[in-house]
Design a protein around this ligand. Structure first.
Ligand SMILES: Nc1nc2c(ncn2[C@@H]2O[C@H](COP(=O)(O)OP(=O)(O)OP(=O)(O)O)[C@@H](O)[C@H]2O)c(=O)[nH]1
Ligand SMILES: [Mg+2]
Length: 281
């Protein structure tokens, strides 16, 4: 049994920075963690890259051969490239292995209790309507990994209720698409506005959000606003954990919540309890 975080969120929401801070935090507390780059477009890393999707497909070659731009090229890499590289003669495949073979080979380097963190690209299409991440997660689950989605939303979104709702809806798409344990994080809390304003958005009252949304939008949107807020409320997902990378206590808290979602460390707890029990006897 392995453990994995799939780190997703809109472009620039702080995913790669979160991964590198998490690596730093875990190194400091003596905990083993492996960060995997799943972004074919990434070039610079602040963390040691344990596995790299760029070994499987080349974004530059996809763009050149298929005449695609950077976003279309990236989606093609993720949607077709990584699944198609099975001895096909496409020259953008940088290896003759398919995703399953590549993952199997790479995961062989890890033992049962290893913890992997996947740093994903920021194109929201990847988790809103194309099945690529879902397929990827299914591969991981077949390899016996417990996976949690970590969705990052930039705290700047909470200065504006319309942006906040669009961020929530994107997170909801990921929940529906991926059907995995899911933790929402409000990133870049060092840049967040007044503390009072933040708290309103961490566990917001649906009625407060609705009235703010109605104030911002023309009257003809009132019915749509109500439905949107009801939808978000029904999934009871409008709750965010704030993450301030300046404080290690903030990272510890977020990590503990994610670990609980994937039951990481529970086996170890059981062992300690059993041992205590025997001693008492
Ligand atoms: N002040 C502050 N800036 C941050 C924080 N996290 C990330 N940033 C900045 O936000 C920008 C984007 O961060 P990244 O970590 O590259 O974001 P990303 O989600 O990986 O971006 P993509 O992979 O391009 O989607 C960079 O300039 C970071 O330095 C934070 O906690 N505080
Ligand atoms: Mg990134």
């Amino acid at each position: 049994m392995g453990y994995a975080q799939l780190v997703i969120g809109p472009a620039g929401s702080g995913k790669s920075t979160y991964c590198s801070s998490l690596h730093e935090h875990c190194t400091a507390i003596g905990r083993s963690i492996n960060i995997v780059n799943l972004d074919p477009a990434a070039e610079n890393f602040d963390y040691p890259v344990a596995m790299d999707i760029r070994e499987l497909v080349s974004l530059e070659d996809v763009m050149e051969e298929l005449g695609l731009g950077p976003n279309g090229g990236l989606l093609y890499c993720m949607e077709h490239g990584i699944f198609a590289c099975d001895n096909s003669n496409e020259s953008y495949c940088t290896t003759s292995e398919n995703l399953d073979e590549w993952l199997t080979e790479e995961l062989d380097n890890y033992t049962d209790d290893d913890y992997l963190v996947f740093d994903c690209p920021g194109q929201i299409e990847l988790f809103s309507h194309v099945p690529v991440l879902r397929n990827f997660v299914e591969h991981l689950q077949r390899k016996n990994f417990k996976v949690c989605v970590v969705y990052l939303l930039d705290s700047q979104f909470i200065t504006d209720v319309t942006k906040f709702i669009s961020g929530c809806i994107a997170s909801l798409s990921a929940m529906v698409q991926l059907e995995l344990p899911h933790v929402n994080i409000l990133s870049k809390m060092d840049l967040a506005p007044r503390k009072k304003d933040i708290e309103d958005f961490l566990y917001p009252e649906p009625q407060v959000l609705l009235s703010e949304l109605n104030q911002r939008m023309a009257p003809q949107f009132a019915k749509l606003n109500k439905s949107l807020i009801e939808l978000v409320d029904d999934y009871s997902m409008v709750s965010f954990l704030p993450l301030d990378l300046r404080k290690s206590s903030s990272m510890s808290y977020v990590l503990a919540q994610i670990d609980t979602c994937i039951q990481f460390g529970e086996d170890a707890d059981v062992k300690v309890k059993e041992f205590d029990q025997e001693e008492d006897d």
